[in-house]
Structure formats: C-alpha cells, structure tokens
Write a protein that binds this ligand. Sequence first.
Ligand code: PXP
Length: 249
Amino acid sequence: MFGPVRLGVNIDHVATLRQARGEFEPDPLFAAHLARLAGADQIVLHVREDRRHANEGDLRRLRETASLPLNLEMALSPEMELMALEMKPERVTLVPERRQERTTEGGLGLDEGFLNRLVPFVSRCRAVGIRVSLFMDPDPERIARASKTGVDQIEIHTGPYARAFGGPEEKEALAALVRSAEAIASQGLLVAAGHGLTVHNLPPVLGIPRLFEVNIGHSIIARAVFFGMREAVGEVRSLLLGSGLGKRL
Ligand code: PXP
C-alpha cells in the first residue's frame, strides 16, 4: 500500500530543555503524545552515552505509554545494544557519536571494527523484530557497501543539503541525495532522510525517488516553542500529505 512519506518526530530537544533545569519539565513524553495527535508516524529518541538529553527512563516510559512506533537513535556500544534488545523499539538507527558534538555531525564510517560488530547486532535485532537503519552521508559508493550488511533501511544525512539550501551548491547537494536514494532502493532497502530539514527546505527533498520516511527534530521543536507542538508537526505533515511517494509497510 502506498501513502505519503512517513514522518518521524525527534523529541530530544524537549529533553534538552528539561535537563537545562534538571527538573521534570518539559516532559518529552508529553511532546510524543502531541506529535502523535498531530499526525506523526513515529517518535525518534536519541539516547546518548552522556545522557545529555533523553535517558533510559524516557525510553522506558515511551515504550510503556506511547502508542507510536519508536525509532531509537544510538551508537553501536555494548551498553546501548543491551538497552535496544531489552526495549525492543520498532527501529534502531545507528549513528556515530562524539561527546564534543552538539548534534550528530556526519554519517557512519564503515571501518572494519564497526562492521564486525554490526553484522551480529543486526541478526540479534532481527530475532526480536527490531529493524535496523544506518545513518549515512550522501555518498552512493559507501551506501552501496552499507546496503550489504543486512540492514533494512538507510537514512541519508541531509545536513549538507540543508546547509547548501538557497545557495549555489543546493542543486548538487540535492542531486547527491537523489543518487544516494537510488543506491539504497536498488538494494531493496528503505530510504529515509534526516537532519536539518525544515518546512522551507523539505519540499525538494520530497521529490527524492522512493523516499519512505523523514526524521525531523530541531526545526519542529524550535517552531513548537512559538506555535505549539501540534501546529509545528501539522505543518510538516501537510507537506508530506502531498508527497504520495512513500511506501507504507
Ligand atoms: N536523523 C538522525 C539520524 C539524527 O541524528 C538527527 C538529529 O538527532 C535527526 C534525524 C534530526 O535532525 P534535526 O534535529 O536537525 O531535525
């Protein structure tokens, strides 16, 4: 069945605000429920090694109460592997993680050590029904190698495109996303895109062939500060409803 491109809403920034005060508000769970009411298809939560925003308590509460698929972003560390296998999110998105970065800065490298840990992780996830996605730079050659690791999906890093948007490099940055999507789809994997997407730069991205899902955090939460969560999710949702290119499972 075909339908609009799916929307994942990343609620980490709500947890960042909570952590700024070290109290209980604002509660990211509340944001998850509002995102669901506004039409989100999944909630995205990144539990980092340093727990600077979301933590396992948030993850647990999301699993227990939010009736939406969960995409857990995480580094491939032994601690996070255990957490994923216990919490069983519908999806795990593997990202590189560096303590000094403000947000995920680039896609995964595919060094041998990573690949050696990835393959058994993917089969353990498969055994309990978790689908695995890899966050990759828009580099079709590296993507083609990543597609052979048994993962279900690849999320293309749209940060370079978002930075180029409106400037002379935009066309080439978008073309790199298209080539990457073709490389993913030709291996039979699902195509996702995320990072730096906004209501302004999203429309050209929706023309990417076989796009299945976008994951958006910062811009939605930033706009929610002024317009409310439902409005901020709803305006992205309206753009997606016109897309009609995604493929629902
Ligand atoms: N997808 C991935 C894999 C990410 O790491 C992030 C940032 O946490 C996002 C999407 C969302 O990016 P942004 O917050 O810029 O919308």
